[in-house]
Write a protein that binds this ligand. Structure first.
Ligand SMILES: CC(C)(COP(=O)(O)OP(=O)(O)OC[C@H]1O[C@@H](n2cnc3c(N)ncnc32)[C@H](O)[C@@H]1OP(=O)(O)O)[C@@H](O)C(=O)NCCC(=O)NCCS
Length: 135
């Protein structure tokens, strides 16, 4: 592996859809909106192995106090190699002075996020209006 973690919005639709489809994420079915959303994020981190997109994470933020991490995913064949943690650590370094870093952890990812330093958010409950079908 020759990994490169970059803060970059230089992404192509085809490689993004490949990454989302591989993880069975329904936003792969809205490729134009997906790429536009990622490019419109406050921060987009990509990981490439010899140029191949193998992981990404995005952050949306008010720029001062609060940052949300909506998407984080790694190609399945690269899971368990420290790549997700590498992305989260870069975000945490960038946003460490913010009042709140927050995310919605899907069932399988809860333990992963605990490994990254996150804890359940007090007496809160995640709520949404969602048109996807993958949760
Ligand atoms: C969740 C995901 C991003 C984790 O990325 P990853 O590169 O596979 O994870 P890492 O190798 O960086 O793991 C970091 C640590 O978390 C642990 N971990 C990772 N996934 C875990 C899991 N499902 N259960 C328990 N521990 C887990 C690892 O053992 C590792 O522990 P360590 O710090 O002691 O070494 C990746 O599995 C993925 O893309 N999943 C599908 C998409 C998804 O669910 N995204 C999150 C949406 S909320």
């Amino acid at each position: 592996m020759s990994l490169e973690l970059t803060e970059s919005k230089d992404i192509r639709e085809e490689e993004v859809v490949n990454l989302y489809r591989a993880n069975k994420w329904s936003s792969a079915n809205k490729p134009k909106q997906l790429v536009a959303a990622l490019k419109n994020s406050h921060t987009l981190l990509t990981v490439r192995d010899k140029g191949k997109l193998i992981g990404l994470g995005n952050a949306i933020s008010d720029g001062h106090l609060v940052v949300y991490y909506p998407h984080l995913l790694v190609l399945p064949e690269y899971h368990g190699k420290g790549i997700g943690k590498m992305i989260m650590h870069r975000f945490q370094e960038k946003f460490k002075h913010f009042h709140q870093q927050i995310l919605v952890a899907d069932g399988n990812a809860i333990e992963f996020y605990k490994h990254c330093g996150f804890s359940p958010a007090g007496n809160t409950q995640s709520m949404w209006i969602y048109t996807g079908n993958d949760h």
